[in-house]
Design a protein. Structure first.
Length: 203
């Protein structure tokens, strides 16, 4: 067997870092940042505490590394929204449906991330000021684009409608994070209902 190339070593390293980030996301979401130790994270991943330091110098560095993943998850459901050019109601409806289905899929698949997101939102000390600023900017960008899209869907006060929709999605998300709720909450029906309510004017 030929020795691994530097590129292969780097690929393996990045995969291992991702495993650490995912384990930390789960533990921070359930236990909080302060109550989670490096030993907890290393144990969750299946590595020694000493090996952890080959990837991150500290728990604080790991927390900072989480930011790009938070931003990516936040924007994932709205990816096509960023490139939306207003003035096309049919396209607006298509993108709206894709966005909501993307959010629904993320809620089902990435419950730990959303637990961490809401934990961070309710505990300002979890994020540095720069992290808070970047997330607020991301949220403002999503809200602005969403407002443009809702205007094309026929809503006269699209800014307030965007705020109401975001509040509705927050409510659904937080309901799903209550232990045992995911199994009984009618998430598919709820998202289908929202889609029908917001796209019926273009039907």
């Amino acid at each position: 067997m030929s020795p691994r190339s530097p590129e292969q070593f780097e690929s393996i390293r990045q995969e291992r870092k991702q495993e650490i980030i995912e384990a930390a996301t789960k533990l921070f979401a359930h236990k909080g940042f302060a109550s989670t130790s490096i030993s907890d994270i290393a144990k969750e991943v299946g590595m020694s505490k000493g090996l952890f330091y080959n990837y991150f110098e500290s728990k604080e560095e790991l927390r900072q590394e989480l930011l790009p993943h938070v931003m990516a998850k936040m924007g994932g459901g709205f990816e096509k929204l960023y490139h939306y050019e207003s003035g096309n109601p049919e396209k607006a409806a298509e993108i709206f449906i894709e966005a909501l289905n993307g959010i629904k899929a993320s809620l089902k698949k990435d419950a730990e991330f959303w637990m961490l997101y809401y934990h961070a939102a309710l505990h300002a000390d979890f994020m540095s000021e720069s992290m808070q600023k970047q997330i607020k900017n991301e949220e403002a960008s999503i809200q602005k684009k969403l407002s443009q899209l809702l205007e094309d869907l026929g809503f006269s006060n699209s800014r307030l409608e965007a705020i109401r929709l975001e509040a509705t999605l927050d409510g659904i998300s937080m309901n799903l994070l209550i232990p045992g709720k995911m199994e009984i909450y009618p998430i598919d029906e709820m998202f289908d209902f929202l889609i029908s309510q917001y796209t019926q004017k273009t039907a």
